[in-house]
Design a protein. Structure first.
Length: 258
């Protein structure tokens, strides 16, 4: 687990949200408190900027995955379902939407991206059951912010998921996300227009898009990555494939019964 310079650990109250997020409250009713409890706790294989119990790549903390059916309609409404969203994959009208809040400097986000997400795509996205919507949630400082903007800029040219794969490749995080490295990643991702990528990367639109996602995550009480919402069911950490499959199957069945 990668951890930046330790900061005092706040309690699970509204003061937990960093000051920059508190300036723009995003209230979604009582379900926010539920999400704060599930997404803000020390969970299975997460990376966090606060001091937390350490787990290795094969271990887990005591927090269990939520049971199927622990969904909250207010949280499900955060799905954007924009067919033109380059930071999403899967049908816009898929019965199940998984929102992923993640950071490119997060080791466990990389683990999820390499080990679990491809299996979810094969099993659920390809058959139209699942849609995955990415939210940039940089929590590890300037390079996290830069990588998030780089991913967004790659998405402007239809290469977000290729950038995502390059940035989460084994050993990629250790090379950092400085300006030159972001250009290399864009090239690896097949971004066709390097000049446009550089302009978009440093533009106000990229900063605003990343900030919008970041504020949404903070308002939900998320303080670690990766964090997920699956049709309104909060799930924190790089959980095993079965944990995701159980919730997705239950959500799909519930949608079919309606």
């Amino acid at each position: 687990m990668s951890t930046p310079k330790p900061k005092p650990t706040p309690k699970l109250t509204p003061t937990r949200t960093p000051a920059k997020a508190r300036k723009r409250p995003y209230l979604i009713g009582a379900a926010v408190l539920v999400a704060a409890g599930l997404l803000g706790m020390a969970s299975y294989q997460v990376s966090t900027p606060d001091p937390r119990p350490t787990v290795d790549e094969s271990g887990a903390s005591a927090a269990p995955a939520p049971a199927p059916g622990d969904a909250h309609p207010e949280l499900a409404e955060l799905a954007r379902r924009d067919a033109k969203d380059p930071l999403a994959q899967g049908r816009a009208d898929a019965p199940v939407v998984m929102i992923e809040y993640a950071d490119f400097k997060c080791s466990y986000c990389g683990k999820f991206a390499r080990d679990t997400e491809p299996e979810l795509v094969k099993k659920y996205v390809d058959n139209g059951t699942l849609r995955i919507e990415w939210r940039n949630f940089p929590i590890f400082g300037a390079e996290s912010e830069a990588a998030a903007r780089g991913a967004w800029a790659a998405g402007r040219q239809g290469r977000f998921w290729q950038f995502h794969a390059a940035a989460y490749a084994r050993g990629a995080k250790e090379k950092g996300f400085g300006a030159d490295r972001l250009k290399e990643l864009a090239k690896e991702a097949g971004v066709p227009d390097a000049a446009r990528f550089a302009a978009d990367l440093d533009g106000d639109a990229a900063k605003a898009a990343v900030k919008k996602d970041q504020d949404e995550a903070y308002a939900l009480g998320a303080s670690s990555t990766p964090s997920f919402l699956i049709n309104g069911t909060p799930l924190a950490g790089a959980q095993p494939l079965d944990s995701f499959a159980r919730i997705i199957d239950d959500a799909a069945a519930r949608t079919t019964k309606k």
